[in-house]
Design a protein around this ligand. Structure first.
Ligand code: LMR
Length: 344
């Protein structure tokens, strides 16, 4: 059967599935070559917000399409490291990836808005931008590289770890080398305080900390806990200085040739999983912080409000860098939108 005929047949099957509850088609009866296979590659452990949401998405899609659409999840950089993922998506070696917002900023500098320290007070402010017109503007940029953004997922706010000394003020960053996940604003954030940076993919972080090539790193609790960074780091500062989320995206050519019913099923399921992912991200980060406290391998320092305000003022330097690279308009729009919801 030709590819077009196969797609026509799939679209008929999907139409029957979505149109009437009485006609049940068992996925097992669908010839393997007639299935839609979506390889979903990511770099974190399964027991993380992204890891669990990817699995949930795959399960729901399989159930709802009666096995016709199969999402195969490859966690933990099994297939590709970050840095390789964009290329793999564009070659069609995988069809779906969910890199951090910071990593998307390597392609589209305005995405560095998510990296700006202390721009977002809480997750509600983050979601307000993600789900509004400014979030859409960012997702629309992906078209330029033949990628289609399906959703934005959370991980949470980042904190600092290092193995040299407790960090309670920004001056304590001086002289340390921090691993960063992306260049630009994140580099600037450390360089402004006399710290050096090392740009590395996620699956090389543990070893670089163990070997002392980097003394510290910034990440969410979920990533610190699941990657056992507390085995190679002595101090954790709960600084909550920057947000880290994910852009879930597909190869656009692949997307466009899918039957309309398949796209609809995938989009609806993705929207539902996104709400679930946001809840689970918050819960996991809280739970895993308690686990880190219980494990007691890393000394935890929490910035108080006064210290947090000082950090926020210190980090303001970094905003000028963003404005230089991406212009002030976008930043002002985001700030304005955040202010609007704060006013009574
Ligand atoms: C990291 O590279 O530190 C994280 O972005 C990994 C991830 O995808 O959460």
């Amino acid at each position: 059967m030709s590819r077009n005929n196969r797609l026509f047949m799939l679209s008929m099957i999907l139409l029957l599935l979505s149109g009437c509850g009485t006609r049940v088609i068992d996925g097992q009866q669908v010839d393997k070559k007639d299935k839609i296979i979506i390889k979903f590659s990511h770099v974190v452990e399964e027991n993380t917000p992204k890891g669990l949401a990817a699995i949930r998405f795959a399960n729901l899609v399989r159930e709802r399409s009666k096995g016709i659409i199969e999402v195969q999840v490859f966690p933990n950089s099994q297939l590709f490291k970050d840095g390789e993922e964009f290329e793999a998506l564009s070659r069609g070696d995988v069809q779906m990836i969910a890199p951090t917002t910071s990593k998307v900023a390597q392609l589209f500098p305005q995405w560095q808005i998510w990296d700006l320290p202390y721009l977002f007070d809480d997750l509600d402010s983050v979601h307000q931008i993600m789900d509004g017109p400014l979030g859409k503007t960012l997702l629309d940029q992906l078209h330029q590289k033949n990628m289609k953004g399906l959703a934005m997922w959370d991980n949470g706010f980042k904190h600092l770890t290092n193995n040299d000394h407790p960090i309670t003020k920004t001056g304590d960053l001086k002289g340390l080398t921090f691993r960063i996940m992306s260049q630009g604003i994140l580099e600037e954030q450390f360089h402004s305080f006399g710290a050096a940076t090392l740009y590395l993919p996620f699956n090389d972080v543990y070893q670089s900390l163990e070997e002392g090539r980097a003394q510290g790193q910034e990440n969410t609790i979920s990533n610190i806990y699941t990657k056992n960074f507390d085995q190679v780091q002595s101090y954790l500062t709960l600084s909550q200085h920057g947000f880290m989320g994910y852009a879930v995206m597909v190869n656009e050519d692949f997307w466009n040739q899918l039957p309309a019913q398949a796209r609809e099923l995938l989009e609806e399921t993705m929207a539902e999983v996104t709400q679930w992912e946001r809840d689970i991200a918050q819960k996991l980060n809280e739970e895993q912080l308690r686990e880190l406290q219980k494990r007691n391998r890393i000394k935890i320092y929490t910035l108080n409000n006064e210290e947090r305000n000082i950090w926020q003022e210190d980090f303001a330097l970094v905003y000028a860098k963003f404005a230089q690279k991406s212009g002030t308009d976008f930043l002002n729009d985001v700030k304005e939108s955040l202010e609007l919801t704060k006013s009574p």
